[in-house]
Design a protein around this ligand. Structure first.
Ligand code: FAD
Length: 343
């Protein structure tokens, strides 16, 4: 089976961690499926440095589509580049990272190639020489393992599923594939990038720790009062010192729509859970959050879990956290911030 690892470079010409994770998977699969060969295909303004950085991955060959037209995320140029690369490789299986860029472009490529695509892949199994992939359906309630006979089969692999490839850099000769874009394909011009919200910086996918703030931070405390300003200071102080990524429960992010006093830096982008995100940090710390199932399903990939809650009977106590500190999160985080500031 011809396996193609297809990725795009970052604006600085390197490969992202997400891309290297998919390379790790591609190398592993090509070892496990007998008779398979692995090749690499790169899209970007310049691809040579990226190819050299993974020269030791054992690929039989490197191809690339490069030039200013391919340095930006645009459907027309990305789809044309990917189509040309898959055709050149005559690939049966294409593994690519589920970046926003490829999530947009590759479904159309599968259509053009009369192939099939599966997105949000969270696992690949090669036992017995076959190939099965894993993904979740129906708002993360059901996990399916599936296979397909149609080729080429394109797989967009979610971040955080596989360990990133590490290995020797070197010199990898890249066979350039020429893609002539018609003028109509250039009618979309990329003039810049803007984050969805200036507060989105609290979401740090590469952080080791996920810090979840629940609705308890804005509820009446033991003195019968709410302390939202203090909560804000404690949470931001912790994030600043720990560089953790900020997650939230649905109850907390919904409060702005309900006219309650809110934490201004919190948006629906922070929501973790069944109807929110499924982040992939290795550790998680939940504070003032009950730990109900619709929230905790979003912690599926967070393996080391701790929670701070005043209620010893909260959801985290029921096998959903490794450690539950039955304590007041205002006091705990104030102390933790104090200790962190001494480091
Ligand atoms: C279809 C569906 C989908 C849903 N999807 C999601 C989802 O994606 N994500 C999600 O989060 N929820 C989701 N929910 C809602 C979910 O069921 C809960 O209602 C929600 O997670 C509760 O949020 P919370 O724990 O922050 O708030 P609460 O349930 O109000 O809990 C607040 C907690 O804070 C604790 N607390 C208060 N003060 C302190 C203090 N000083 N120190 C320590 N602890 C304190 C309290 O003991 C309490 O446990 C969904 C529900 C449905 C029906």
């Amino acid at each position: 089976m011809k396996i193609l690892y297809l990725t795009h470079t970052q604006p600085d010409g390197t490969l992202s961690k997400e891309s290297l994770e998919v390379l790790g998977a591609a190398v592993e699969i090509s070892k496990n499926v007998s008779g398979s060969t692995l090749s690499v295909a790169l899209v970007g303004e310049q691809v040579q440095a990226a190819a050299d950085s993974i020269a030791g991955c054992g690929a039989a060959g490197f191809t690339g589509v490069s030039g200013a037209d391919f340095g930006v995320s645009r459907y027309s140029s990305d789809a044309a580049a990917a189509e040309a690369l898959v055709r050149t490789a005559d690939a049966a299986l294409v593994l690519a990272p589920a970046t926003s860029r490829f999530s947009r472009a590759l479904p159309g490529v599968a259509q053009r190639l009369d192939g099939r695509i599966d997105t949000h892949i969270t696992g690949i199994h090669t036992e017995g020489g076959g190939l099965q992939v894993e993904r979740w359906y129906y708002r993360q309630r059901m996990m399916a393992t599936l296979t397909r006979t149609q080729r080429p089969w394109l797989l967009l692999i979610d971040a955080g599923v596989f360990p990133p490839w590490t290995g020797e850099a070197g010199t990898a000769p890249v066979q350039q594939v020429t893609v002539d874009l018609p003028e109509a394909a250039r009618r979309t011009r990329v003039i810049g990038e803007q984050a969805a919200s200036t507060d989105a910086q609290t979401i740090r996918p590469d952080a080791e720790l996920l810090f979840v703030a629940g609705a308890g931070w804005t509820k009446k405390q033991k003195d019968g009062q709410t302390h939202v300003k203090e909560a804000e200071k404690l949470i931001l102080g912790f994030l600043d010192q720990s560089q953790a990524s900020l997650g939230s429960s649905k109850s907390l992010v919904d409060q702005s729509g309900e006219g309650q006093e809110i934490l201004p830096f919190m948006s629906h982008m922070n929501q973790v859970g069944q109807t929110g995100a499924t982040p992939r940090h290795s550790k998680g710390l939940s504070t003032c959050c009950h730990g109900e199932e619709p929230h905790v399903v979003g912690w599926r990939f967070v393996h080391e879990r701790r929670a701070v809650n005043t209620n010893p009977g909260c959801g985290w106590a029921r096998g959903k956290a490794d450690v539950l500190y039955v304590a007041d999160a205002f006091e705990v985080i104030a102390k933790v911030n104090e200790l962190l500031s001494k480091d």
